[in-house]
Design a protein around this ligand. Structure first.
Ligand code: GTP
Ligand code: MG
Length: 446
């Protein structure tokens, strides 16, 4: 009898989902670098192979193209994901235990789904009314210079007036322009997610709305009411089907976060990341949202791994500190969400290791650093990103309190290209802890 598991790879945009899936598949097909995957170490995995996926209407995850980009002669990172895709990986497993000799091999199918990170943010919209969402968004945007134009326009609008398509479109265009600017600044909370990746919904009413302050009266056919109607339609027609079709069926989940990237950007980015993840994961709360708990009620995610990605930017001495910061950022989200019954863990990993470790001496002090090829110049460069505090509160607390900059440290980050690798037969591309991650996620079923 064949078994199947659905692995959800979750993360905001640029968190590292596509690289993770590609590197994971490559290292499962060629397991030379997977000693911590117990089923492999114990010799129980007879074969791993790609199979046609079960959902015939979804595009297939283009594993071969991504792999070619990452490991070609001039290695490069894959482009940002614009649509959903899926891949099925199958394991042929030898039985273990006392009666192993009597049982035949079995097959486990692992279905993995990739999607644009922006879409995940929409999960947080599902239990917010238009009124609440508008209020929260306008408050948050008040402090952002890239939103000044839109906020001025929205605040000047009288939502009680009769709806007018031209004004709706102007507001929506201005809001979309803000979202694009925010994304370019590296902000993580650019909701609604489809505004930036509309696909064939571009120009349709479900993507033509914007947050507005609530007027004292909201008569029928007023601007505010029409905006509310479109916001609700967006939730019902765009967001819900995505989560119903792809999220509700997930057995195991890995949540990827670019924690280092946020630390490098500063306290505000760390706080944005913390709040956004709390909102997204908070939607898993039971009883809060009847249709959603209905969806998840039947089937529970059994294991969730929270992983800080791109750990190859740090010398391994600092990985424990990065993991502690990740766990601390998620502490509130974890306690709010209904993860009861699920096993959770936090980890730092690099799906594709682009650096080697090195030490640098600065002012007589020997510092643990890494070396990689800079994307900007194509030249090798040594980076010491700064020392992460052993106590995560040293970063998480000032971020929560709205600090403008880190008090006693500056965290440098460089963008490295994937390293040029020559893979030996039987070996996947280099990584950090991918084997541990997959062992935690699906090891019990292998
Ligand atoms: N050094 C290093 N960089 C990484 C690693 N994984 C991802 N990155 C960097 O992070 C970027 C984003 O990775 P993706 O896998 O495309 O991120 P994503 O989550 O699929 O992003 P969207 O498709 O936009 O949602 C890459 O272009 C790399 O620059 C890693 O293991 N090591
Ligand atoms: Mg992607």
């Amino acid at each position: 009898m064949d078994d199947s598991l659905r692995l959800g790879v979750t993360g905001l945009s640029r968190a590292g989902k596509t690289v993770f899936i590609t590197a994971l598949v490559a290292n499962l097909l060629q397991r030379g670098r997977m000693p911590q995957l117990k089923a492999h170490a114990e010799g129980r995995i007879e074969a791993v192979y790609l199979q046609p996926q079960p959902d015939v209407t979804l595009p297939r995850f283009d594993y071969e193209a991504h792999m070619a980009a990452l490991t070609g002669d001039t290695p490069r990172w894959p482009a940002s994901t614009r649509a959903i895709s899926e891949l099925r990986l199958s394991f042929r497993i030898r039985p273990s235990g006392l009666f192993a000799g009597w049982r035949s091999t079995r097959t486990l199918h692992l279905d993995i789904v990739d999607y644009p990170g922006e879409w995940l943010l929409d999960l947080g919209l599902l239990d917010q009314s238009y009124d609440d969402w508008s209020e929260a968004t306008l408050t948050r945007l008040a402090k952002r210079s890239e939103a000044a134009d839109f906020v001025a326009r929205a605040r000047a609008e009288d939502g009680a007036l009769r709806l007018d398509e031209d004004r709706i479109r102007a507001l929506s265009d201005s809001f979309t322009a803000y979202l694009a600017a925010a994304r370019d600044l590296g902000r993580v909370d650019v909701t609604p997610g489809r505004f930036l990746l509309p696909g064939d919904l571009a120009g349709s009413p479900v993507l033509t709305f914007a947050p507005l302050p609530k007027p004292a009266h909201t008569p029928r056919a007023s601007l505010w009411r029409e905006m509310e109607r479109r916001y609700e339609a967006y939730k019902a027609r765009v967001v819900r089907p995505f989560f119903r079709d792809h999220f509700a069926k997930i057995d195991r989940q890995i949540v990827l976060m670019d924690v280092l990237g946020a630390i490098h950007q500063g306290p505000r980015a760390v706080e944005d990341l913390r709040r956004t993840m709390a909102e997204v994961l908070g939607s898993f709360r039971p009883g809060r949202n009847s249709w959603l708990s209905g969806l998840f009620g039947g089937k529970r995610v059994e294991r969730i791994l929270f992983a800080a990605t791109k750990a190859d930017h740090l010398h391994h001495e600092q990985h424990a500190a990065l993991t502690a910061i990740t766990a601390s950022l998620l502490a509130e989200a974890k306690s709010r969400a209904d993860f009861s019954g699920a096993r959770t863990a936090a980890m730092s990993l690099a799906s594709l290791r682009a650096t080697v470790e090195e030490t640098v001496t600065r002012d007589g002090e020997v510092l643990p650093a890494v070396k990689g090829t800079l994307i900007a110049t194509g030249k090798p460069s040594v980076m010491y990103p700064g020392r992460l505090p052993a106590d995560p509160a040293r970063l998480v607390s000032p971020a929560r309190e709205g600090a403008e900059a880190w008090l006693d440290a500056d965290y440098q980050l460089m963008t490295f290209a994937p390293a040029r690798v020559t893979l030996k037969p039987g070996e996947g591309p280099p990584h950090i802890r991918l084997d541990r991650a997959i062992d935690f996620l699906i090891g019990d079923r292998l």
